[in-house]
Design a protein around this ligand. Structure first.
Ligand code: F3S
Length: 106
């Protein structure tokens, strides 16, 4: 599967959504996750993310490994999103900010 990691939080650019052939993205208030049971590992979403937040599971950086379980955990909680929409208002300011996990809304 592919995994959405920390830098998505408070950005949620959603460019990843339009290119997904299997509609496996799920949306929360300020973060997206990938449904690990639906993702087909096509990888087309990776270069679309302006926040470079998406990785193949085997390429997730060491300090982001917890996001593998978090994507699975939040998949049934979040709602399916199939169309790209406006990013969160301060997305550009939050892009690249460290330690955003504490800002995650469920
Ligand atoms: Fe998040 Fe990047 Fe998609 S910021 S919503 S993973 S385009």
């Amino acid at each position: 599967t592919h995994v959405v990691t920390e830098n998505c939080i408070k950005c949620k650019f959603t460019d990843c959504v339009d290119v997904c052939p299997v509609d496996c993205f799920k949306e929360g208030p300020n973060f997206l996750v990938i449904d690990p049971d639906e993702c087909i590992d096509c990888a087309v979403c990776i270069p679309e993310c302006p926040a470079n937040a998406i990785f193949a599971e085997e390429d997730v950086p060491e300090d982001q490994v917890g996001f593998i379980a978090l994507n699975a955990e939040l998949t049934p909680v979040f709602k399916t999103i199939t169309r790209t929409k406006e990013p969160l208002p301060d997305a550009d300011q939050w892009n690249g900010v460290a330690d955003k996990l504490k800002h995650l809304e469920r």
